[in-house]
Design a protein around this ligand. Structure first.
Ligand SMILES: [Mn+2]
Length: 357
């Protein structure tokens, strides 16, 4: 158990007037223990109390998690763990709950003990958003695997290949580099499919002149990477070449602005202005990025509404794109960590326009 991280959470609870907390999110439990838990439908939570108290509630069947922590409240299938948990909750206390905790548990707990139940909100998000050196090293490693896999994907392009066949190669490639698998569902998109920012890969067949967009990430030692590159198969039209150069300029310029004290909305604005200046503003349909770490999308986002200042240790994507329905599109995505003086990009994979095959 990472006592330093628990202490930060308890401090956050005190600042926000929270007395007790029930943590159920497996990513936060990994952050605190270094182990991923798979609770299934049985209760598996960490209970925290600002007056002292840090107890896991575990089913006796889950004895393989016995080393999670030295304070574990074991329960049997024959008993109601919510009654045991309710004994810890103080009448009238403010109790913070993860937003994804099952209503099946929460509603029963609320019936057992009357307290002021609130959402955990950003207490844990604001701690997890600043990565320490060990986490930044884990990000470097997951990204190093990711760009090796990306480099293996483009030479596979051949006539007749479909998006889904091509995407299937990813899992095997990640495992061959020692990764646990991939991050959120990868995108492999050809031609017109690239005209939709979040295309779901299908039976689309590769054709000469297509743009080929691959958006993928690895999961390695619990940390996730994310990267997008767009190349062209055999040839590129003048229009797509122009679009590529605009996205390239937007990505490079927005990323170059990353430094402590800059605001996330500034990064979004800088990239967006370049795309708008060239007349493609309406085709850049999403925020420019998101934070990342144990989860593929973490708090906060890199978007127009987020005025939060960037701090050293924050890891996030810079991924502008232009998507033209019925034609095609381009996205270029890198991940960076903010450093005391600027940023470190986790990838050195080329962003120059490439024509493959
Ligand atoms: Mn991303």
């Amino acid at each position: 158990m990472r006592a330093d991280r628990i202490a930060k959470i308890v401090k956050g609870m005190e600042v926000q007037g929270v007395d007790q907390m029930i943590i159920s999110d497996p990513s936060t439990i990994f952050y605190l223990t270094g182990r991923f838990v798979a609770p299934g439908f049985r209760l598996l939570v960490l209970y925290l109390d600002t007056r002292g108290g840090c107890t896991f509630f575990l089913n006796a069947l889950q004895s393989d998690y016995a080393d999670l922590h030295d304070d574990i409240c074991w329960y049997q299938d024959s008993e109601d763990p919510i009654k045991r948990l309710a004994e810890k909750i103080r009448e009238g206390a403010t109790v913070a709950i993860d937003k994804n905790w099952s209503a099946n548990f929460l509603l029963r707990l609320m019936r057992e003990k009357s307290a002021n139940y609130v959402l955990t909100g950003d207490i844990i998000d604001r701690i997890r958003m600043v990565k320490d050196e060990g986490e930044i090293q884990a990000m470097r490693e997951t990204c190093a695997i990711n760009q090796k896999v990306m480099a293996r994907m483009f030479p596979m392009l051949r006539p007749g290949l479909t998006e889904t066949e091509h995407r299937k190669e990813l899992h095997e490639l990640y495992c061959s580099y020692g990764a646990e698998g991939y991050n959120i569902t990868p995108i492999v998109a050809y031609g017109q499919s690239c005209g939709y920012a979040h295309h779901k890969s299908d039976g689309t067949v590769l054709k000469s002149g297509d743009c080929v967009l691959i958006d993928t990430g690895a999961r390695y030692h619990g940390y996730r990477s994310d990267m997008t590159r767009t190349v062209f198969y055999q040839s590129v039209s003048d229009e797509m070449r122009e679009i590529y150069q605009i996205v390239y300029e937007a990505q490079m310029t927005a990323m170059a602005a990353v430094k402590p004290g800059a605001r996330f909305c500034d990064i979004d604005r800088i990239g967006r202005e370049i795309i708008a200046k060239h007349g493609y503003g309406e085709y850049f349909t999403h925020r420019i990025g998101h934070n990342i770490g144990i989860d593929g999308h973490e708090f906060p986002d890199v978007g127009a509404a987020n005025e939060m200042e960037i701090q050293p240790g924050m890891c996030f994507s810079v991924e502008p794109g232009i998507y033209i329905p019925g034609k095609g599109g381009v996205r270029i995505e890198d991940l960076v960590v903010a450093t005391p003086t600027g940023y470190e990009c986790f990838y050195d994979y080329t962003k120059e326009l490439q024509i493959i095959g």
